[in-house]
Design a protein around this ligand. Sequence first.
Ligand code: ADP
Ligand code: ZN
Ligand code: MG
Length: 479
Amino acid sequence: MEYEAVIGLEIHAQLLTATKIFCGCSAAFGAEPNTHICPTCLGLPGALPVLNRAAVDHAIRAALALGCTVHEGSIFARKNYFYPDLPKGYQISQYEQPLATQGAVDLDGVPGPRRVGITRVHLEEDAGKSVHEGFVDSDRKTYVDYNRSGVPLIEIVTEPDLRSAGDAAAFFTRLRALLVWLGVNDGNMEEGSLRCDANVSVRPAGATALGTKAEVKNLNSFRFLEQALEYEIDRQIAELRDGGRIVQETRLWDAAAGRTISMRSKEEAHDYRYFPDPDLPAVEVDAERLSRIRAAMPELPDARRRRFVDSLALPEYDAAQLTQSLAVAEYFERAVAAGAAPKMAANWIMGELARALKDAGADAATSPLAPEQLAGLIALIEKGTISGSIAKSVFEKMFASGRSADEIVASESLTQISDESQIAALVADVLAKHPDPVAQYRAGKTTTFGFLVGQVMKAAGGKANPKRVNDLLKRALEP
Ligand code: ADP
Ligand code: ZN
Ligand code: MG
């Protein structure tokens, strides 16, 4: 019997606000432990939460970009459980009435399902962080850092629309890029600002009923997500083929061992004894607020990609590459606005610039070379002032010094030699100096042509117009 996998993801994304969701403490990552804390985020008796409007605005931005309906009223609820990193004994979350529901993400360009439904987007607070130390029982210690307690999160829940580990990773990649693009999340999975739980079941191919699912918790990289799902799908299929049953449970990915392991039986909603938080009023989102947020949203990656193809005639591949981050897309558009031909700008940005930025540990937003400067370089190539190979070295110099292409070309006399008589003189010189390859060429061994071109280019310091060199050399070699 053939089996099919069914996958739905639950993603937690920290919102990029200056302060926490219910108090004025800094939400920044990486401070000394327990320095961003106050009575509210420590859950001390009598401290009351006050909702951070910026967190709600960020959540709305994400929800709108995910095509969700944002509800006029949503409710905070207490999710009760006990853990040392949760000082109140409950997490403030949303349950029955979440901020937003019923969106979708298009996965065009990725093989597999076209659309992944978004069930809901809700607001909640992050918990603190337990830090474990020591491997031997006698010196095992656990510390708790409450800096993360109360950092704003959105939870994004998908419909069970994904059908393979690869699709799940592709979707998560797309979602991460979108959240970063919107400026609501920093996409940093190593620091835990973006985390993913994967729900997976298998069923006989063609069946419509869902199988029993397992949830794999805390997959903090695309690779782990994909590996854990591949393992888990195989495990479940093998279990069913052996005549066994899948138990509904929570599992962990053991990256070192390359397998998922059972952590606990799945908790049910009633285990959490949800109820509306009496300390917080309903979140009200009126039409005016929605339209203000909508108006301030950047053009979304899909729309921008389409526009690059439709109105700038870029190939699909280039358009997809250039819309992987907002900074790169903006860089490209500024270069084009400064007069660069779109396809040439795309080549330089995806090629030389990407390499140079990577080597310098920078990105498009912090590039030492402004897009207008790149456009200046491209203009010199298009006018034939400099050759393509000289352009590469001019680029390096621009990148390192911040000087303009015009300045570098003028001060280092790099202007391309296109003058026929000048090139003809170089050609004559090279022919005189290398009688053997010349004779060989004339005797029919035309492979020596490349060598002779190289010699002329060398004599010209790389500045000769390559097409002219080819033409004149060919003519001179003719009997
Ligand atoms: P629970 O009540 O166990 O939390 P939900 O219905 O709220 O389950 O779904 C949680 C996540 O699990 C969602 O992403 C959903 O798409 C996914 N999911 C639900 N049922 C299945 C299933 N049978 N197989 C795979 N994923 C599922
Ligand atoms: Zn606080
Ligand atoms: Mg649920």
